[in-house]
Design a protein around this ligand. Structure first.
Ligand SMILES: [Zn+2]
Length: 251
């Protein structure tokens, strides 16, 4: 099968109603009050630990198989390997937050752009999904052979999307903090780090204008290539994506 679905595992939780029921059976008003007092912090903890429980996220690690993405000489890395590593880390973080997560590829294989778009739209537009709680994140890493000092963050959005670009701007901000990158050039009418781009994963997926393609770092930059081999740096990039989704969709 070309596309696989990954469903999150949910941890067993205490059923507060069950606790209340047993308390009532004892008809001891003091106990009931004590139990109810305990349930308030329990409820808060539960909401905080699963802030993305209502969200459906499609992760789209770029490239794969014969399509290596960028692979600057000397970096020792290929983009297709880095982005699936980041995506797996992000997938685990999002599932821990309670999100329903799907991924366009979770192995080293080629998936065409039209197949990625069809997959994402089928999931985000399915009848039981609230479309404003669905997002596609296409994960990429950049390269520029002619400017090896570049280390900027780019978040690409649908060129036909209307402002404000709140989610993309927030994503760029989190990625800048995580990577120590810069915003590079600025497109007129767009926030720092946000750029219109006619790439399929953001141009042809829904809801229009709410999906992003991230270029978190430059593999052609020797410093960042070294960092991209460090699990702590990959975790930081994954957490930046997660934190942005929490800001956008968290409850
Ligand atoms: Zn790429």
């Amino acid at each position: 099968m070309l596309i696989e679905r990954n469903r999150p595992e949910y941890a067993a939780t205490i059923n507060p109603r069950g606790v209340i029921y047993h308390a009532l059976k004892r008809s001891n008003s003091l106990l009931i009050i004590l139990f109810l007092a305990l349930l308030v912090p329990l409820g808060i903890t539960r909401a905080q630990s699963q802030p993305l429980a209502d969200a459906t996220i499609v992760l789209d690690p770029g490239h794969g198989g014969d399509d290596w993405g960028v692979d600057p000489a000397g970096s020792g890395l290929r983009e297709k390997e880095v982005v699936i590593d980041i995506s797996r880390r992000l997938q685990a973080l999002l599932q821990a937050d309670g999100a329903t997560v799907f991924i366009t590829r979770d192995t080293d294989r080629f998936v065409s752009l039209p197949a990625r778009v069809r997959y994402a739209n089928a999931l985000l537009f399915r009848p039981d999904n609230q479309s404003d709680h669905g997002r596609l994140i296409s994960v990429h890493i950049n390269s520029n052979r002619n400017q090896p000092n570049l280390r900027r963050v780019e978040v690409l959005v649908d060129p036909e999307a209307e402002p404000p670009y709140t989610f993309a701007e927030n994503m760029a901000s989190h990625l800048l903090t995580a990577t120590g990158g810069t915003v590079g050039y600025r497109d007129a009418g767009y926030p720092d780090g946000v750029h219109p781009s006619d790439v399929a994963p953001v141009r042809w997926t829904y809801p229009r204008g709410l999906n992003v393609l991230t270029e978190s770092a430059f593999l052609s930059n020797a410093t960042q290539a070294t960092q991209l081999k460090d699990p702590a740096f990959l975790d930081a990039i994954a957490r930046a994506h997660r934190d942005s989704l929490r800001d956008e969709l968290g409850r």
